[in-house]
Design a binder for this molecule. Structure first.
Ligand code: MTE
Ligand code: MOS
Length: 759
């Protein structure tokens, strides 16, 4: 392995101080002279025909300025996401309760909210659909296209029916999972500031400034060079600030364009719950077949996601779920059919794991049932069937050497004391303890479905004083991108870590780098930085050499560069001096970089080909306690191992692992968003329960670093990986503890108790 100075070290977070001291400027903290405030008027019912919108009563509120409706949209009234079916503001029909119908602008946030509540929408209620499975039935009310199917994919390989006929063992099961709310601490928000030349600058809390750019330019019918998006410090995203901030920012921009003044739009928690994206509820029927030796021979999956009222990111989320639907196993015969169905509920989108956790819960639960039928220990059963380097995935993609799947499974098996624990679940009075396992893989980046977006730019600029700024197109949202990218810059330039500053995204300073999703930042922005910094590095190293020679260094010795210092034959110069030397020699000290992911070969018709450029891998074991009297389960400990390539910052990686596990456990155990007749009934943190640090299990986490040749310093991607396998490991542990097989997430006490009663 290469000797590295900055990569692989637990260097302090770049944003630690501003966040810990409360000085970070979130969207709500941005104030401008003459600024007004906007508030949304929302649809009260699941599906309505809008007859009229009146601000007659709202006008009486002191400070009221104006009402903004679809009539104020200069551009095309279609928010440009994947498919263009979501209007910026609805014209005839609003399709879910909570959808923004109009905006009120006033001179204070309070006045805007008060006035918004007084805007009168006259409407006729239309027939609506709440259940995604019913939406797919022939006789259903049609709310989307001919068949309510927003998106659909297949993976077909081999002869599945035949394999099931010939199988020695088969299992089949239906599974479902509920919504997950991102629960970022900072709600959605944006401030739009009109510029003197008719342009618009938008300060936005977002993962994807370039989606915001697309949307604001479209809504205002402005050329891109007149729109500037500045990412504000973003208080959590988890996928929830991928697409929808573009809608919020466009609304703020429409208000600013109409009034000619800066307009701030900050969401309250309730409206954020009701209208912003969520993890899709999922439903799946999965079946596996195995031969008499316990080799998996076939897998059949039907997987349905509840897309909500508009398509937003459903196609991309569904596709990721489709590709990973059979689990990380060698299987010759597969038939996978997946659908995103439209319903008159909140549109669902990206959430850490992106369509994988739902189907992983189903398939990893069922793998345990198959192992039981075959009569093999569930971990051994997995080991017998796991993908290894050189094997082909269900899409026919040959895995390369960066595949540590077997190692992560073995590490968790060993560290958890699996063999002993699984055979003898503990019992103390009415409390039983069991252990459960799961294994997963994760295609890093957007893959074939989002291939046009899988690129990133970077600008690296070394000032005269040797300090360095880096502009990238991917964002910090808590995961540590600013830190990791600064480490990569420092390593490439041999510049001190403290001298490198990575800026929050400014859309005018860096080319469209796609969204900050799919755990792609380290890989893509990291590679773009390396491309930008490499020619500067060459100049720096050459100049350092010349300076050392000039100082009388012994040229017969090699020059060493490490930790920001250059040394040769007893002489040393630091980066600061060398950078000044480069400037004295009028060398170019700024460069652009660009990285585009290698081509994928996937065909949508049969789902065959290379789906992603590289995969990360994980294994989890969960120890869970169940109270037999109440069905209450508690996760005591999680053992996890990950192969995410080279770890750039071990402490941050550990933070991502712990946070991802807790978020996965929260979804598995507690989170239960409830709709009744198309209306969300618990849109708040009192009635919608998430895990807190008090629920935190004990962690045992390790990394197995299988180098990825194309990655920056051999890294892959890790942000989402730790969440994916938690729910099935917990469900399998509950089964091991008390025999209850619960096939629906969240694993609520009443569901567990019911299964215990059934015996
Ligand atoms: N960690 C924190 N603290 N906050 C976040 O919003 N988002 C997750 C993950 N970890 C998130 C996080 C999601 S959904 C993704 S896709 C990745 O971080 C994105 O980061 P990366 O591209 O730098 O891996
Ligand atoms: Mo993450 S769900 O890909 O933003």
């Amino acid at each position: 392995m290469e000797k590295l100075s900055f990569v692989g070290k637990s260097l302090p977070r770049k944003d630690a101080l501003i966040k810990a001291t409360g000085r970070a400027q979130y969207a709500a903290d941005r104030d401008f002279a003459g600024m007004l405030h906007a508030a949304a008027v929302r649809s009260p019912r699941p599906r309505i025909k809008i007859l009229s919108i009146s601000d007659k009563a709202a006008r009486r509120v002191p400070g009221y300025v104006t009402l903004v409706t679809y009539k104020d949209i200069k551009g095309v009234n279609k928010w440009p996401v994947v498919m263009q079916d979501y209007p910026f503001l609805p014209q005839g029909e609003a399709r879910f309760a909570g959808e923004t119908v109009a905006l009120v602008v006033a001179d204070s946030a309070r006045a805007a909210k008060k006035a918004a509540a007084l805007v009168e929408i006259k409407y006729k209620e239309l027939p609506s659909v709440a259940d995604p499975l019913k939406a797919l039935e022939k006789g259903s009310v049609k709310i989307y296209g001919k068949d309510n199917i927003v998106s659909s994919f297949v993976i077909k390989k081999g002869a599945v029916d035949k394999a099931f006929e010939k199988a020695a063992f088969t299992v089949e099961g239906e599974f479902s999972t509920n919504y997950q709310v991102h629960a970022y601490l900072e709600t959605q928000g944006a401030v739009a500031v009109p510029e003197a030349d008719g342009g618009m600058t938008v300060h936005s809390s977002t993962q994807c400034p370039f989606y915001v750019l697309d949307a604001v330019a479209a809504a205002l019918a402005l050329p891109y060079h007149k729109v500037k998006i500045l990412q504000t410090v973003t208080g959590g995203g988890f996928g929830g600030k991928e697409d929808v901030p573009a809608l919020v920012a466009s609304h703020a921009a429409l208000c600013a364009a109409k009034t000619g003044r800066p307009v701030k739009l900050i969401y309250g928690r309730k409206e954020d719950f009701q209208s912003m994206s969520k993890r899709h509820p999922g439903w799946a029927r999965v079946a596996y077949a195995a031969d008499k030796n316990g080799r998996i021979t076939a897998c059949r999956v039907k997987y349905v996601l509840d897309g909500g009222a508009y398509s937003t990111l459903s196609p991309i989320v569904l596709w990721r779920g489709t590709v990973h639907a059979a689990g990380p196993y060698k299987i010759a015969n597969v038939d996978i059919q997946t659908y995103a169905a439209a319903t008159n509920k909140v549109p669902c989108g990206a959430f850490r794991g992106f369509g994988q956790p739902q189907i992983c819960f189903a398939q990893e639960s069922l793998i345990d049932e198959l192992a039981e039928k075959v009569g093999v220990d569930p971990v051994q059963f997995r080991l017998n069937n796991l993908l290894a380097p050189g094997d082909k995935t269900i899409t026919g993609q040959k895995l390369n050497s960066s595949c540590g799947l077997k190692e992560v499974v073995q590490a968790v098996k060993r560290r958890s004391g699996w063999d002993k624990k699984v055979l003898s679940p503990k019992r103390q009075g009415d409390v039983v303890t069991g252990i459960g396992f799961s294994a997963t893989y994760y295609g890093v980046g957007l893959g074939a479905k989002g291939r046009y977006l899988d690129r990133a730019g970077a600008f690296v600029n070394v000032y005269k004083d040797s300090s360095v700024t880096v502009n990238v197109g991917n964002t910090e949202m808590g995961q540590g991108a600013l830190t990791v990218l600064a480490q990569i810059t420092a390593e490439t330039l041999n510049a001190p870590y403290d001298s490198v500053r990575v800026e929050e995204v400014d859309s005018s300073k860096v080319p469209d780098s796609g969204p900050t999703v799919a755990s792609r930042t380290t890989l893509m922005s990291g590679n773009a930085i390396i491309e930008a910094a490499t020619p500067i590095r060459e100049r720096v190293f050459k100049t350092a050499y010349d300076m050392l020679i000039a100082e009388g260094a012994d040229a017969s010795k090699p020059m060493l560069a490490a930790g920001g210092l250059f040394s040769m034959g007893g002489k040393v110069v630091d980066f600061k001096k060398v950078a000044a030397g480069c400037w004295d020699r009028r060398q170019k000290m700024s460069e652009q970089g660009w990285y585009a992911a290698p081509r994928t070969t996937f065909k949508m018709e049969d789902g065959q080909g290379d789906a992603y450029v590289i995969y990360s891998y994980s294994a989890d074991a969960a120890e869970v306690e169940v109270d037999l009297r109440t069905g209450v389960a508690k996760v005591k400990k999680i053992w996890a191992a990950y192969d995410v390539g080279k770890i750039v910052n071990p402490r941050l990686a550990m933070g991502q692992a712990q946070g991802g596990i807790l978020q996965g456990m929260s979804w598995a155990m507690f989170e239960n968003l409830v709709y009744k007749n198309g209306i969300m009934v618990n849109p708040n943190f009192t009635d919608y329960v998430i895990a807190t640090t008090a629920d935190k299990p004990e962690y045992d986490i390790i990394f197995i670093e299988k180098p990825y040749a194309e990655g920056p310093y051999k890294a892959k991607g890790m942000g989402e990986v730790p969440l994916i396998g938690v729910a099935p490991a917990v469900a399998n542990a509950i089964k091991n503890a008390c025999g209850a097989r619960v096939r629906s997430v969240p694993l609520l006490p009443e569901k567990i108790w019911n299964e215990i009663k059934k015996g």
